[in-house]
Write a protein of this length. Structure first.
Length: 523
């Protein structure tokens, strides 16, 4: 899969790896100044420097890696850089680790002998004109270890004449600043200091563009609203910027698009916040399968109105003409509206603008509303509007149980029209495949947020609202009163549900119901 993903975007390698790669470090104005100050501390023999980041992921480790590379190049190899990223060792272990990275081996457990040995190693490098830099990263981990901090401070006492035997760089997150301020004897020995903060919008945008350019991308992959979405979510933290941008490219690849917009960013951000069952990375890559199971869907194909045929497609589908089922992940032809394996709708219809889209994101790519929230609002408005006409006065559970109808998870009943009796007749239904006058049957009509159910004496029609192909309201009659009919068109024929004259305000009820079904059906 990795090779397909890289080839799709025209990259030489993944651009948003979180490993501290010095070549991929974007030098914003503050990062460039930070690097300059650290080099100044080393070149001018200041002894100590402090690097603190406002939050995790601001780029400390990447800057330190870049510094190490530049020192090796500048000193032509005549430099020893000791790097300790696990400072919670014991004092004797830290001294031993520094000695080891300087090419020696500590053979004592006595601290004074260990310090003398380390001083001798430093002095030997000084006489050989070899620069020594000791970098301690993740210093905030020493908040509860004043003994370690004390030992590290002693390193700054190693000097000869007016020259320090080493340059000590202490790096960590924001808590480190408070720790050292409470230790003036240490704080004062770190005269060069820099505090990294999050990037602004322009640098956020430049970071993404810089990394893409470094891997050979020459086109504008991210739209302006995508950059805005990334910045608003990440608040300019470089590590999170890279994580979101990387997931955006994966989502774009899975959808078969060449440009990342706000919809893809919104989807990526929701995944960053998701947990447990709410993760849906399986919609992009089917776990445990080969890369050929990746299911990109080009936007041009996702926008078209699916053909009304639901013929089973060929088992071997071209990658660019396929769509993944959001429920079972089965690969289907883009011409299908429903999964050939589990019958789940392969498209979603936006209740706001009516556009069909693949169900990877809850965000409508056309009007940018949250389709789940909009559908819930539509449902609430319908239920509120129908409250005065509620035939069963919300006594749904008993009625459903008596009729053997089980609601799915989060499915809600909107309204029920019962069969009625001689004195209070209910609705009746006529089913027709071709012109003629078929017999009418009394029925119960149940409308839920997902289904339409017609319960007849000898039969039951149950259909998902997404499978309805036609829905409209008609009226008939004259002098004696009007009858209102709800026309439901399905693939196998037309169902005409007629309501008796004595049901109050039939037209208003049916128009509201028809409008709701039309917003749900995949027309």
């Amino acid at each position: 899969m990795n090779e397909d993903y890289i080839a799709w975007w025209g990259m030489s390698k993944p651009p948003f790896s979180l490993t501290p790669d010095p070549e991929m470090l974007y030098l914003s104005s503050q990062h460039a100044e930070c690097l300059m100050r650290l080099k100044y501390a080393i070149f001018s023999h200041k002894g100590g420097a402090l690097l603190v980041s406002d939050t995790a992921g601001n780029g400390k480790t990447s800057i330190l890696a870049r510094l190490q590379n530049e020192l090796i190049e500048y000193y032509a190899g005549r430099v020893k850089v000791v790097y300790i990223d696990h400072p919670t060792l014991s004092p004797i272990e830290i001294i031993g680790e520094i000695a080891r990275q300087l090419g020696g081996e500590l053979h004592t457990d006595e601290k004074i002998r260990a310090l003398n040995y380390l001083r001798d190693r430093l002095f030997s490098h000084y006489n050989e004109n070899i620069k020594v830099v000791v970098i301690v990263d993740e210093g905030q981990m020493l908040k509860e270890r004043p003994d370690i901090l004390g030992e590290l401070r002693i390193l700054l006492n190693f000097c000869v004449s007016d020259t320090f035997l080493l340059t000590f760089i202490f790096s960590g997150q924001k808590p480190l600043d408070g720790i050292l301020r409470n230790m003036p004897e240490f704080w004062q020995r770190l005269p060069v200091r820099f505090f990294l903060k999050n990037l602004d919008y322009n640098d956020t945008k430049s970071l993404v563009q810089f990394r893409l350019k470094k891997v050979g991308v020459t086109t504008d992959i991210f739209a302006e609203d995508a950059f805005e979405g990334i910045y608003n979510y990440t608040e300019g933290c470089p590590r999170i910027i890279c994580s979101v941008a990387d997931l955006c490219l994966l989502i774009g690849f899975s959808k078969g698009i060449k440009r990342i917009g706000f919809v893809e960013v919104s989807t990526a951000c929701r995944d960053m916040e998701a947990s447990g069952d709410s993760f849906h990375y399986f919609a992009y890559i089917k776990g445990g399968q080969s890369s050929s199971r990746l299911k990109p869907v080009p936007p041009a194909e996702a926008k078209i109105t699916p053909k009304k045929t639901d013929a089973v497609s060929s088992p071997s589908l071209p990658l660019r003409n396929s769509i993944s089922c959001p429920k079972c992940n089965e690969l289907n032809s883009v011409e299908r509206r429903f999964c050939m394996k589990c019958d789940t709708p392969l498209y979603r219809k936006c209740p706001g603008c009516g556009r069909l889209t693949v169900p990877i994101s809850d965000e409508c790519p056309e009007c940018h509303i949250n389709m789940d929230n909009e559908q819930l609002k539509t449902l609430e408005k319908l239920c509120e509007a129908l409250t005065p006409y509620d035939i069963l006065e919300r006594n749904y559970s008993v009625w459903l149980q008596a009729n053997g109808i089980v609601l799915e998870k989060e499915e809600k009943v909107i309204i029920i029209f019962p069969n009625g009796n001689l004195f209070n007749p209910g609705p009746s239904v006529v089913f027709s495949v071709k012109p003629g006058k078929p017999a009418s049957k009394n029925c119960d009509l149940i409308l839920t947020s997902r289904r339409l159910i017609l319960e007849m004496d000898d039969d039951r029609l149950e259909t998902a609202l997404t499978r309805v192909e036609t829905c409209m309201v008609t009226e008939s009659g004259g002098i004696l009163g009007k009858r209102y009919e709800l026309i439901i068109g399905l693939k196998k024929g037309i169902y005409t549900v007629t309501f008796p004259r004595n049901v109050s305000k039939n037209k208003d009820i049916l128009n509201r119901i028809s409008s709701f079904i039309q917003k749900a059906m995949l027309k």
